[in-house]
Design a protein around this ligand. Structure first.
Ligand code: ZN
Length: 426
């Protein structure tokens, strides 16, 4: 069976308020997304990366109506994404779906892998601490059915009730002020199989969330049925839904669309979180504060410039070239190789993609440019979008956008694996 038929994308939903006005408007009926105004929530928010003035033209932003934008810097209201971050992690079960075995076995399905994934992807800049002050199953007072949780369910009323019940049940042992966000690892026997329906969801930047110990539970990821494709790799790859959901907690949008992974393929965990391990785009690493300003080059001016790129998975060196097209969008260039979290790269080279900060989560804010269109790709790895797996540009290859007067040439690779790239702008 084709993975595209078995794997249903999950949704991110954020509820945001503007002062007294609260709205959570469901858009485009089929998608289950929610729109809202600009977040005005106070609080930590991701730490902004350094922004030398040379990078300003590359700090694209979306209009305030965009719910979750690729823009830099990330809007406030999300969790910090650098330094030590504490994830309150609870294992939850229900009277009609009692947790099988030990709750800590459920925890072990996601850790330490999720922690390791973030350490590797962030070059050690994100120190992710999953904490379990409650080590057993946290039993909810109502049946799973009673919460009315289904795919695309909004925060009200079911999730609000669930979060309130978690807060009440956990409160004797938990001081919510000590944590940056909440992970709810639901017992895998609650709800449908993930092969049929993925329920996992994150409510991020949610200013209407219940308050616990004086702080709002504004960023919460919920993980349900195991993402086990039956290929025998669950113990290695099944955790990957959690770094995806936590990506939302840090402000990253969904990159899959109604067409599944066809826009970005396996080049970012916000696009595909089944199958072999993958990393984040360099754009996301900059957005999250894992790249310094000095590792990003902004090709804003007309003329010809040459740049070096070192493998994105390796710490240090230049990582990202951005060619802004407007205040809203531009092309990003980075070097992807098979190392670090990137397990399924079958054609190392320069990945070129368009980022549009004015396109909302799930609507295709990033589109990879395929150097080998209709090739069928180079991977046979299950649940890896094949067509874009050979999208990278190798030495001697060129990308052109005639209309915008942009030409990118990959000039060569040195012995250390660093690539040289020429950008020409009309
Ligand atoms: Zn998502």
């Amino acid at each position: 069976m084709q993975p595209s038929r078995r794997i249903r994308p999950r949704r991110v939903a954020a509820l945001v308020s503007v002062t007294a006005l609260t709205f959570a408007v469901s858009t485009s009926a089929g998608t289950g997304h929610f729109t809202a105004g600009t977040s005005t929530v106070a609080g930590a928010g991701p730490i902004s990366p350094e922004h030398p003035s040379a990078l300003r033209p590359c700090m694209i932003t979306g209009r305030p109506t965009i719910q979750m934008s690729e823009g830099v810097p990330t809007a406030r209201g999300y969790s910090r994404s650098t330094g030590t971050v504490r994830a309150l992690t609870v294992m939850v079960d229900f009277p009609d779906a009692p947790g099988p075995g030990r709750a800590l076995d459920r925890f072990d399905e996601f850790f330490p892998q999720t922690q390791d994934w973030f350490r590797t992807s962030s070059y050690g800049r994100l120190d992710y601490r999953p904490e379990t002050p409650i080590s057993g199953w946290l039993r909810m007072p109502k049946s799973f059915r009673a919460y009315g949780i289904e795919r695309g369910a909004p925060f009200d009323p079911g999730y609000r009730r669930l979060v309130q019940d978690i807060v009440v049940a956990a409160d004797p042992k938990v001081d919510f002020r000590e944590y940056d966000f909440l992970n709810v690892l639901v017992t895998p026997n609650a709800g449908p199989s993930a092969l049929d329906t993925v329920l996992s969801v994150t409510f991020a930047g949610n200013t209407e969330a219940p308050v616990a110990d004086g702080v709002s539970v504004a960023n919460a990821s919920f993980v349900y049925s195991r993402q086990d494709d039956g290929s025998g790799t669950y113990h290695r790859t099944g955790y990957r839904v959690l770094p995806h959901e936590n990506g939302h907690v840090f402000g990253l949008p969904d990159l899959y669309t109604a067409d599944g992974g066809a826009a970005v393929g396996h080049w970012d965990i916000m696009s595909e979180d089944w199958g072999a391990n993958n990393d984040l785009l360099g754009w996301h690493k900059w957005k999250l504060g894992w790249l310094d300003g000095a590792q990003v080059r902004c090709a804003a001016n007309p003329g010809t410039s040459e740049y070096a790129l070192t493998p994105l998975a390796r710490e240090g060196g230049p990582k990202l070239i951005f060619v802004p097209l407007s205040r809203r969008s531009g092309y990003a260039l980075e070097l992807r190789t098979r190392e670090g979290n990137d397990e399924s790269v079958c054609r190392p080279g320069v990945l070129i993609y368009k980022v549009d900060a004015d396109v909302d989560t799930g609507m295709g804010p990033v589109k990879v440019e395929d150097s080998h269109e209709d090739s069928g790709g180079c991977t046979r790895s299950p649940n890896v979008h094949a067509e874009l797996s050979d999208a990278t540009y190798g030495p001697g290859e060129e990308f052109r956008d005639e209309e915008r007067g942009v030409k990118v040439s990959v000039l060569g690779v040195d012995l250390a694996g660093s690539y040289r790239v020429r950008v020409e702008r009309g």
